[in-house]
Design a protein. Structure first.
Length: 53
């Protein structure tokens, strides 16, 4: 994974605030969930589930 994760123009916004966490899909069945405030904090998984925020 690149250490240079940048937010794009379609940043996720809820209630007028940018969401702290976001996900990246890599490969066919792999996902990375990361903290926008701390890009060193991330989880890689082959399983995705909805998270209540």
């Amino acid at each position: 994974m690149s250490s240079n994760v940048a937010d794009g123009p379609d940043d996720r916004v809820a209630d007028g605030k940018q969401q702290r966490y976001d996900e990246l899909k890599i490969g066919n069945e792999e996902f990375i969930i990361y903290d926008r405030d701390n890009h060193e904090a991330w989880i890689q998984s082959s399983v995705a589930a909805s998270v209540d925020r």
